[in-house]
Design a protein. Structure first.
Length: 112
C-alpha cells in the first residue's frame, strides 16, 4: 500500500510557478495537488486529456472554456480535453485543488 500526505508531498517544477505535487502517477491516470496562495493563479492552458478538479480547501475562481465561476470546498469541476482552463485565487486564504488527469497525458500541456 502506498500512502501519500498531500500537504507535505514535495513540489514538482511547473510552468505556473506554484506548488504542485504529483500524488499519483501511473500509466493510466495522474493526480496532482495544487496549492495556490492568495493572489496566485495558473497560466491559461489546455490539457491533452480529460481533467477533473476537486476543491479541497478555500475558494477560487475556475475558468473552463468561456465559463468562469467561483467555487469552494467539496466541489468537482469537469474540464474536457483540449479546452483552455485556469485557476485564480482572488481570496485571502489558501486554495487547495486536487487535479486528476485521465488517461495519463503522453503529450505536454499547452500554455496559451
Amino acid at each position: 500500500m502506498k500512502i501519500v500526505d498531500a500537504k507535505s508531498a514535495p513540489p514538482n517544477p511547473n510552468p505556473h510557478g506554484v506548488k504542485a505535487s504529483k500524488l499519483y502517477d501511473t500509466e493510466h491516470a495522474q493526480a496532482v495537488h495544487i496549492t495556490l496562495e492568495p493572489g496566485q493563479s495558473l497560466k491559461r492552458h489546455a490539457t491533452p486529456v480529460d481533467v477533473f478538479f476537486y476543491v479541497l480547501e478555500g475558494t477560487g475562481v475556475v475558468e473552463v472554456g468561456d465559463e468562469k465561476r467561483e467555487v469552494g470546498p467539496d466541489t468537482l469541476i469537469d474540464s474536457p480535453a483540449r479546452i483552455p482552463h485556469c485557476w485564480y485565487n482572488e481570496g485571502d486564504r489558501v486554495l487547495r485543488v486536487l487535479v486528476v488527469k485521465i488517461p495519463r497525458p503522453t503529450t505536454a500541456t499547452k500554455l496559451l
